[in-house]
Design a protein around this ligand. Structure first.
Ligand code: FAD
Length: 274
């Protein structure tokens, strides 16, 4: 089995915390290489991320990596968080620019993820393994696809060790992206981000925001399945498992699952892969 990792978001209520514990306990059986915990831009979930990372490390004994975004934060705040994560025993960081909520706040002192990567390297040398984001279907705000590839290369040149992609359902987009960045001299592993399908209307909303394309035939099939929850789950799990198989057979170095703190959709995919 290829290396896998799981992404969670920080729970805010006792109920959500209990759900995360159940999910982590079930997914931990698949022996992830690491797990990661997202970070809300503008500081809103700042302490939740650190608390969740501590919990994942100490209660579940997992290699837990915080996501850290630089937009809207000062260098002082980011430096304090990095020190906190180091003291907790973290060895891996997912370094991002993040997004400011529309119309709110000022960009921070570090403008792009490449600035954050350079900042982490300057303060902490090689202590952290640094993951960055990659966009096989192009970042939605990029001027164009080639500029986006060059900006990706700049993040790696600043010191990133590895990348995790935005999710996608078209394997060719991933293979094309990998070929394109290799042609630019980028050698780091590029791990596909995998979004299992559970709630299709939620997925459609997310995808519109982050620029991930849902193929027309998938959209049509999901519409036809409508409220038949079981059929949607089965179709979604088959589709995503097929995508994962193709990616791994084509040389993807691992799979990073966006779990949305649910065990079942990810487990349905993993069960089909074993
Ligand atoms: P960057 O790499 O800085 O790129 C952002 C945009 O700026 C791109 O269009 C790029 O082409 C352009 N750009 C980069 N450098 C330059 C330059 N020098 N000059 C001009 N343009 C430039 N968001 C969160 O808020 N919290 C999370 O926890 C989180 N986790 C994520 C995890 C993964 C694996 C992925 C793929 C995304 C995640 N995101 C998260 C979303 C991410 O923050 C957004 O996609 C954000 O818009 C871009 O972040 P980035 O790190 O890719 O930015």
């Amino acid at each position: 089995m290829t290396a896998i990792s799981f992404e969670f978001f920080p729970p805010k209520t006792d109920e959500q915390r209990a759900q995360l514990d159940r999910t982590v306990a079930r997914l931990a059986r698949h022996r992830p290489e690491f797990v990661s915990c997202t970070f809300g831009a503008g500081g809103s979930t700042l302490s939740y991320t650190a608390d969740t990372v501590r919990h994942l490390l100490q209660r579940h004994g997992l290699d837990a990596a915080p996501h850290l975004s630089c937009v809207g934060g000062s260098c002082e705040e980011i430096a304090a968080l990095l020190d906190q994560y180091r003291a907790l025993g973290c060895r891996r960081i997912v370094a991002l620019r993040g997004d400011l909520p529309s119309g709110m706040g000022q960009p921070g002192e570090l403008r792009y993820a490449s600035d954050l990567v350079a900042f982490i390297r300057k303060r902490h040398g090689d202590h952290f393994r640094i993951e960055v984001a990659a966009y096989p279907e192009t970042h939605p705000q990029a001027d164009d696809a080639l500029a986006d590839l060059r900006h990706f290369r700049a993040k790696v040149a600043a010191g990133a060790d590895s990348a995790i992609t935005q999710y996608f359902y078209n394997a060719d987009a991933y293979f094309h992206f990998v070929d394109a960045v290799r042609a630019l001299g980028v050698e780091v592993p590029i791990v596909p981000g995998i979004m299992p399908i559970s709630n299709f209307s939620q997925l459609r909303r997310f995808s519109a925001q982050c620029g991930a394309e849902i193929p027309r035939w998938v959209e049509k099939k999901m519409q036809a399945l409508g409220d038949d929850v079981e059929a949607v789950r089965e179709f979604g799990a088959d589709l995503v498992a097929k995508l994962c198989r193709r990616l791994v057979e084509g040389g993807a170095p691992g799979l990073h699952f966006y779990t949305l703190n649910l065990a079942r959709p990810t487990q349905a995919v993993l069960a089909r892969l074993q």
